[in-house]
Design a protein around this ligand. Structure first.
Ligand code: CA
Length: 224
């Protein structure tokens, strides 16, 4: 899951970035409004956290442009402007949620999870393929009821594969969603991580879930 943080206060931005990265999200930060709009317009993000008072271009204008361009990425407004009419303006402009500063990081993370769940159309929150189950709320992964311990990147990769079960994911797609913008796609890091995951998910199981699609990428699915 890849998140864009549009925030001009460097301290706040790096605080949010660190918290999100600890939760295994790939994070890009835009320090002003015009960079924010440029990055957000690429439509590569699963969620955008948007400050309103920004140099360059106000957050509300970014939001309006995105919605005008039919970019439907969920947007969480995070700002010190917390009066009711300002919240209403933000939500009316197409924001999906609104959190006032100062905020508790736990609440921000909970709202992020909720928006990502909504975005993927998943109801109860559990992702399941065959006997492999992932709970995005607790980041717990089990196969056949057995708990599997994953590192942050392994978890992020597995969540992305499970959210797109049955669909072939290319290396550039994987790097875009699991790693951040400046990630070099030409390294074999993705293959290395897929192998780590295979060792934890498929090793010792008759039914393999992670499959290589030669020349394209990887797919997670029940049948071989
Ligand atoms: Ca600001």
């Amino acid at each position: 899951m890849r998140i864009l943080v549009v925030e001009d206060e460097a301290k706040v931005a790096s605080f949010i970035r660190r918290a999100l990265e600890e939760e295994s999200y790939a994070v890009d930060v835009a320090p002003d409004g015009s960079q924010g709009l440029d990055l957000a317009s690429e439509g590569l993000y699963d969620l955008i956290i948007l400050d309103l008072m920004l140099p360059g271009l106000p957050g509300l204008d970014i939001l309006k442009s995105l919605r005008k361009e039919k970019i439907t990425t969920p947007v969480l407004i995070l700002t010190a402007r917390s009066k009711v009419d300002q919240k209403v303006d933000g939500l009316d402009a197409g924001a999906d949620d609104y959190l006032a500063k100062p905020f508790a990081i736990e609440e921000l993370l909970a709202r992020v999870r909720a928006l990502l769940r909504r975005g993927s159309g998943e109801a109860a929150g559990l992702l399941q393929v065959d006997d492999l189950v992932l709970n995005p709320a607790t980041r717990e992964v089990t196969r056949g009821g057995q708990r599997i311990e994953l590192t942050i990147k392994e978890y992020a990769l597995l969540e992305y594969l499970m959210r797109n079960a049955g669909r072939v994911l290319t290396r550039p797609m994987i790097s875009e969603h699991v790693w951040n913008l400046d990630f070099d796609t030409f390294t074999n890091v993705i293959d290395v991580y897929v192998n780590y995951l295979r060792n934890k998910i498929d090793r010792g199981h008759k039914r393999k879930l992670i499959h290589t699609v030669r020349g394209s990428g990887y797919v997670l699915k029940a049948e071989s």
